[in-house]
Every structure is written in C-alpha cells, then in structure tokens.
Design a protein around this ligand. Sequence first.
Ligand code: PLP
Length: 223
Amino acid sequence: MVNLIKVRDEIKSLDNKVELMAVSKTHPYSSILECYELGQRLFGENRYQEIAEKFPLPENRPEGMYLALIGHLQSNKVKKVLPLVDRIDSVDSVNLLLLIEKEAGKLNKNIDILFELNSSEEEQKSGFTDKEELFKAAMLLKDCPHVNLKGLMTVGPLGSDREKNIKAFTYTKAVFDELKEKYVPTISILSMGMSGDWEEAIMCGSNMVRIGTAIFGERNYNV
Ligand SMILES: *Cc1c(COP(=O)(O)O)cnc(C)c1O
C-alpha cells in the first residue's frame, strides 16, 4: 500500500501550487502503477540501470506518466538514458551539459533538464558547488538547441537540522532568482525538499518536492 494520498494532501494543504514527485527508487513497478492509479503522474528515479530494468519503454508506459532522472549521471550513461526519461534533473557540470546536447542531437530529441546545485557544501553531494560555474553553464545554453533548462534542483543537507536546511534552501532560492533574472527568464521549477525536509523547502520557495520514503516506506538496498 502506498501512502500517496496522505502525503499529497499534506503538501497541498501547505501550498497547493507545489508539485509532488514520487521518488520510486528501490520500489517495484507495481507500486508505481498503484500511485499512477491514484492520479500521480510525475516520478523520479536516481539510477539509469534501475530505470532500464524496471520501467517499460516510454511508448509502453501508461498515458501521461512522466519520468525524471534525479541521481548523478555518469558520462557513459548519457546516451542510454536519454531515450528513457522525460527530464534530467541532475545536470551538474558544463561537460555533462555539452555531452547531453551532443547525444540528444544525434537522437534528434529535445530534452528538458534542471541544473543541480550543491547548496550544503557537502563533498559527497553532486551538484554545481560554485554558482558562477552554474551561470557559465547557463550561458552555454544558446549553443545547446536540444536542451531546455527548466529550473534548479538541490538536495538538502544531511541530517535534520532545521536551520541548516533553511540556510541551504534560502541560498538555492537566491541562485534560482538570479539565474532567472539574469540568464534564463523562462525557468520555472525549483525542486527542493524530500520526506524529511519538505516543509522547510516549501517555506523557502520550493515548487516541487521529491518524496520517496513517506510515500513508499523505507528503502531496502539489499534486495
Ligand atoms: C531518494 C531521493 C529523494 C527522496 O528521498 P526521501 O527522503 O525518501 O523522500 C529525493 N531526491 C533525491 C535526489 C533522491 O535521491
């Protein structure tokens, strides 16, 4: 049993414009379909391999199902993952951006992306650590006709320190505003907040939360 309705209602009651992404990593396709039947359309997965093994090909997925890659993307997986996803939310370097453009060009496919910002200065996290580097990537978008930048994603700090979360999310919102004002006026998505910190994220301006555990239960990585 997925806990979608309760989570969705909680989020909507705080801010009904926030979009919910159901993060289904480690959980079976049957649970994803269960969410779909309850009206959920947006799903997130963090590994190419799991997407390839778990999901039917896009043409065989239920109508309107929308899949985003939210985990770190290795260069050698770009070509393989592009046909399987609707958006790549974890673009974290100029090189990765240019590689996505190159491979999307070969496939003649337009792909939506988000830039990922490392907002917590934690080394083990992916994401642009330097906002100037992120802006540099934004300036290269004019040479990337197959790539559409839709916004920003960040993963909050480890642990559940409320102040640290708020600091990271406030910083990400400021980078989002600067990116929109100076570089890409069309961006609209600010994806931040997970099961443990979505309330703080929404308070700081998030309009997309990525929820796994609260919907599907604990993850078991050993199966
Ligand atoms: C797993 C994951 C989530 C969901 O985390 P929960 O704490 O289970 O809600 C969100 N974003 C990313 C990038 C993830 O990898």
